[in-house]
Each structure stands twice: as C-alpha cells, then as structure tokens.
Design a protein around this ligand. Structure first.
Ligand code: FES
Ligand SMILES: [Fe+2]
Length: 325
C-alpha cells in the first residue's frame, strides 16, 4: 500500500543541472514517473521530450552499443533536433518528426512525441508538469544572486529521498520538529504570509542577534529573518539577507521518491570558508536529520492535533491547490 495518497503535483520541476547537458548532448532521465530525454541543440537550447520514439519505440537517448566495451552508446543531436538511434527519424524540440531519411512518403501526423515546456534558470533545467495537461500557469523566479559578481554560486548539491513533496514541505509549518529533530533550544515560531494569489507562501523565522545559526556555522550579527518563499510544492527560495540564498528544487521521480537539489549562493563578503561551512551545515547535517523521519513515516490524513502543534492544516490547504487548478 502506498504511504502517500498524492499524485505528482502541478508545477515546474528540475530534470537536470544545466552543466550536465552540454551542446549536442542527449541525457536520458527518469522523473515524473516517466522516461524522458533532455537534449541541448547546436545553438544551445535545452529541450525535453518523452523518451520513446513514435515509430517503433526506441529510446531517443540511448544509442547502439559497441562490441568492445559492451556499453550503450550516446544519443545523437543533429542541429536543433535529436535523431532516433534505431532508424534515424529526426525530432525537433516541439516533439515533431521533421525527417524520415529513408522514405519517399510524407511524414505521418502521428510521428511525434510529447514535448515538455522548458525553462532554464538557477543552474537547472525545469519542465512544467500538469495533471490535466494544461500549459504553464505561473513562472518561477531566477535568483539575481547567481548572476551577481558579488556572490559565489550557483553551487548545486543533491540527494534522493523516499518520500513525496507534500511531506517534505510540511516541515516548514511543523515548528515543533525543529526542537526534536534539529535540536533547537526552544520551539521557534515563524510568520506566514501569502501573495495576493495565495500561491506564493513565505514563512519567515526571526533570527535575533547573537543566535547560533546553522549548527553553529555562524553567529547572527544583526537581527534578521530566515525566509522560505514557496512558489509551489517542490520550489522554494530560501534567504538569510547578506548571508545565504538558495533554491530548493525537488522533483518527484515517482509518487514515493523525490530527487532534491539545493542550489546555493553566498556573498563574497563572508568569505569562501564561511560560505562552505554554511552550505555544509544545511546539506550534510540539517537535511539528514529529517530524512530518516520522512523515509519511515506515513501520511496521516487526520492527525491527532494538540495545542502547540504548528499550522499544519493551513499548510495542507495551501498545498491542495497544486493537485489541480
Ligand atoms: S524506432 Fe525510432 S526511428 Fe524507428
Ligand atoms: Fe526539518
């Protein structure tokens, strides 16, 4: 029985790091419960298509093997298109077959594969997923820190976790767990605000001067806030002003497995060593405290809430908008 009653929600989901897909390279990936290919054209544009050729079902991202090493070969990009390794059909970024090299008959209308709407920003390649096949209903922001000469980044870290986006993101409203899972001295609260559409939700935790932050990686010098701006399930921008910014981009591999990427930037003014310490505190300590809880719990639809629990019901109401529009 599934531990979670949720389908893969609507939104933008990262399917590769930009640096993993060079020009004229095809990368096979499995996300959103499907096989996909990410390919970058000769002109540099990233495209994402369903992996299986409309002709006879070959995988567009896996070429013929060589007798020597018995390894599969790479897929092939020709200009702005990807070529199927089986019989040479050529597909462009819209998923249309534009050439069948050996036939004199016209290209059938059914000679196409599903193309995904793509955005490339924050060092990642995203696709739009919608449960009812609707076009993008919103955009996600590009962090200006990544383009600034005054900031170091983007620095990508990643991990795969047996859970779903709903469970991971509920953490932001679960104020009590910070004490028991992450060892904070007291139960800290946060303020929750919404934009006018109620899609973008910001949770801000007050950080007083003198407070140890990120497992003692640094001490907060002047009072500030740690904001977590959730644009959807699976895309959150986290910031402590002048100290750290990062994008948390999480992609369902299937309904019970998530690939999480955190893309960091920190200002040059704090120094490389301090930046690395902060990043390590989040990446190698904080998240690994949560993972065993997430991987071994199950979702409870009607929890036994008591006074003092965080605003979990409020989170669930917000999250429900991403399962349809
Ligand atoms: S299976 Fe792709 S061209 Fe034949
Ligand atoms: Fe947590």
């Amino acid at each position: 029985m599934s531990r979670f009653p949720f389908p893969i929600p609507n939104g933008w989901f990262a399917v590769a790091e930009s640096s993993q897909v060079s020009r004229e390279q095809v990368v096979p990936v499995h996300y959103l419960d499907r096989d996909l290919v990410v390919f970058r054209t000769s002109s540099g544009k990233a495209n994402v298509l369903d992996a299986y050729c409309a002709h006879m079902g070959a995988h567009l991202g896996i070429g013929p093997g060589s007798p020597g090493d018995r390894e599969p070969g790479p897929g092939t990009v020709i200009g702005e298109c990807v070529r199927c390794p089986f019989h040479g059909w050529l597909y462009n970024g819209t998923g249309a077959c534009v050439e069948i090299p050996y036939t004199t008959s016209r290209i059938p209308g059914k000679a196409r594969v599903q193309a995904w709407e793509v955005r490339e920003q924050n060092g990642l390649i995203f696709v739009w997923h919608h449960l009812e096949g609707q076009p993008p209903a919103w955009e996600i922001p590009a962090l200006e820190e990544f383009d600034s000469p005054d900031w170091d980044g983007p620095i990508v870290t990643e991990r795969t976790i047996s859970t779903c986006l709903q469970e991971m993101q509920e953490n932001d409203h679960d104020f009590v767990h910070f004490k028991y899972v992450h060892g904070t001295d007291d139960i800290r609260t946060a303020t929750i605000t919404y934009d006018e559409t109620r899609r973008i939700k910001t949770t801000t935790e007050y950080l007083e001067a003198g407070r140890d932050f990120a497992k003692g990686a640094t001490v907060i010098s002047t009072e500030t806030g740690f904001s977590r701006e959730a644009h959807q399930l699976g895309f959150v921008v986290l910031r402590v002003p002048n100290l750290l910014s990062f994008v948390a981009a999480s992609t369902p591999i299937d309904q019970e497995t998530v690939h999480q990427r955190w893309v960091f930037a920190f200002p040059n003014s704090i120094g490389k060593e301090a930046g690395k310490k902060l990043l390590d505190a989040f990446t190698y300590q904080g998240i690994y405290e949560d993972i065993p809880i997430w991987e071994n719990k199950r979702y409870v639809d009607s929890p036994v809430f008591v006074k003092g629990d965080g605003p979990i019901a409020e989170f669930r109401k917000w999250a429900s908008q991403f399962y349809s529009l």
